[in-house]
Design a binder for this molecule. Structure first.
Ligand SMILES: C[S@@+](CC[C@H](N)C(=O)[O-])C[C@H]1O[C@@H](n2cnc3c(N)ncnc32)[C@H](O)[C@@H]1O
Length: 182
């Protein structure tokens, strides 16, 4: 009996580990929860206007989309590969009272193909960004703002960075030269 319970717990733990660590690490980027002040800084930096549509590619616990919907009445869509984070973020979205504005799709962001993004928010590794860009650009409107946290887009020139130089904004209608950030 005890052996069965322990086996079930071990299998559950391995499935959770696979979902939270192994799957994201293999497909794109691992997860690091953000501090509340960082989330606020990201949504302010993105200059979100009420009703704008923001996509978070690799949406984790959904906190950036929740903050954007609460503070700026944005419409949020998250793409997340890990079923556990999809489940938890949907719960958090309901708890925050923004379920009418924020949707989480259990989806690989390399299959992103929506054409209605006003803002694309990214907190991914250089390897994942290099796979996404420039392919993703063909789906984006010229007015789309791309906001990347911690990792710059290596072949594009940001139109804005924050003081700490860990937030980068790109506009498709502005320069696409090589930049000097690492
Ligand atoms: C560094 S976290 C960022 C989470 C969230 N965007 C934030 O800023 O707090 C990266 C997220 O991307 C997810 N992820 C990794 N590869 C992915 C893929 N190919 N498709 C969808 N989500 C992916 C991970 O599970 C993880 O939640």
């Amino acid at each position: 009996m005890i052996a069965t319970v322990l086996s079930v717990l071990a299998i559950g733990f391995l499935l959770l580990l696979a979902g939270m660590v192994i799957l994201p690490a293999c497909f794109g980027s691992p997860w690091h929860p953000l501090k509340p002040e960082t989330i606020q800084e990201i949504v302010e930096f993105a200059e979100i206007q009420p009703g704008e549509k923001i996509y978070d590619l690799g949406s984790g616990d959904g906190q950036v989309l929740i903050a954007a919907a609460r503070k700026y009445k944005a419409v949020g869509v998250g793409l997340e590969i890990d079923p556990f984070k999809v489940w938890i973020s949907r719960k958090l979205i309901r708890l925050a009272g923004v379920a009418d504005r924020v949707t989480i799709l259990r989806k690989n962001f390399f299959d992103f193909g929506s054409r209605d993004a006003d803002v694309i928010y990214l907190y991914l590794t250089h390897q994942a960004l290099d796979r996404l860009f420039p392919k993703i650009l063909k789906y984006l409107k010229p007015s789309t703002r791309i906001v990347s946290y911690r990792f710059c887009l290596r072949n594009m020139q940001p139109c804005k960075t924050n003081r700490k130089q860990n937030l980068f904004m790109y506009r498709l209608d502005k320069g696409r030269e090589i930049n000097n950030y690492s």
